[in-house]
Design a binder for this molecule. Structure first.
Ligand code: 1GP
Length: 249
């Protein structure tokens, strides 16, 4: 349980972590090498790999190439049960607890359980909560679920608490990739103040200031994908911002 243990150890020390999200459909082999070098230089803590629509079939190669190019742990963040690669370090085993789509709560897990088990991957049970990001995102459309309204912090809190009491080890609050409006600090703070599990936050974060504020509000792991695809120099800026959050915040 190396990766989950690292989440817990960091949280205990109140050290914030920065994760770069890579969509396997949007990277080339040369791009991976460049990205891995930039992530290493910026001291990125985790690389998350996945997307709502993975069309290509080179997930294994993508993971292997990342592993060959850097020492940063690669964590699968699958948009569908087919996004499993035994070469990764861990798998976020997502149940979409913000929604009421039984397929994404348990159905697809049953179908893919044997394959996931066989992969030997470290499996991290994750309560995945989609929060309204101001406009429909790919995740809200594809998951066929209604996101939690952005101003209903109590619904987010009770959803996260229920997930934690059901045994989920991590809570992922996501406004969806490319969200117009990222999750508010007040919602993050509300959830963080009553939930012990590490909290991952992502969706629509585009600058260092928002990254910093989200971590200060209670995010333990901050994820950025879209903005980095557009501007690789943001990797260092964002990582520095996340790592600069004081441990007594
Ligand atoms: C999406 O939380 C991630 O699932 C990251 O979102 O691509 O908008 O940074 P962005």
């Amino acid at each position: 349980n190396k990766i989950y243990t690292s989440f817990i150890e960091r949280k205990a020390k109140k050290e914030k972590a920065f994760a770069v999200l890579i969509d396997p459909d949007k990277v080339t082999p040369a791009g991976i090498i460049e990205l891995a070098a930039k992530c290493t230089a910026a001291k990125v803590d985790y690389i998350f790999l996945g997307g709502s629509l993975v069309i290509s079939d080179h997930l294994d190669e993508c993971v292997q190439q990342l592993k060959a190019s850097c020492d940063i742990p690669v964590v699968l963040f699958p948009g569908s049960p087919s996004q499993v690669s035994k070469y990764a370090d861990a798998l976020l085993y997502l149940s979409v607890i913000s929604g009421r789509n039984p397929e994404l709560l348990i159905g697809q897990h049953v179908v893919s359980a044997a394959a996931v088990k066989k992969s030997g991957l470290e499996v991290i049970s994750t309560g995945y909560m989609v929060i309204d990001g101001g406009a429909p995102t790919t995740v809200s459309y594809i998951s066929n679920t209604t996101p939690i309204p952005a101003d209903k912090a109590d619904i987010a809190l009770c959803t996260a608490m229920a997930g934690e009491m059901l045994g989920m080890k991590v809570i992922y609050m996501d406004a969806g990739s490319g969200a117009k409006v990222p999750i508010t600090e007040s919602m993050i703070n509300r959830v963080a103040s009553h939930v012990q599990a590490p909290i991952i936050v992502g969706g629509g974060i585009r600058d260092a200031e928002k990254a910093y504020l989200n971590c200060k509000a209670g995010a333990d792991i901050l994820v950025v994908g879209n903005a980095i695809e557009k501007d690789l120099s943001l990797i260092k800026e964002l990582a520095d911002a996340v790592h600069s959050v004081p441990v007594n915040a």
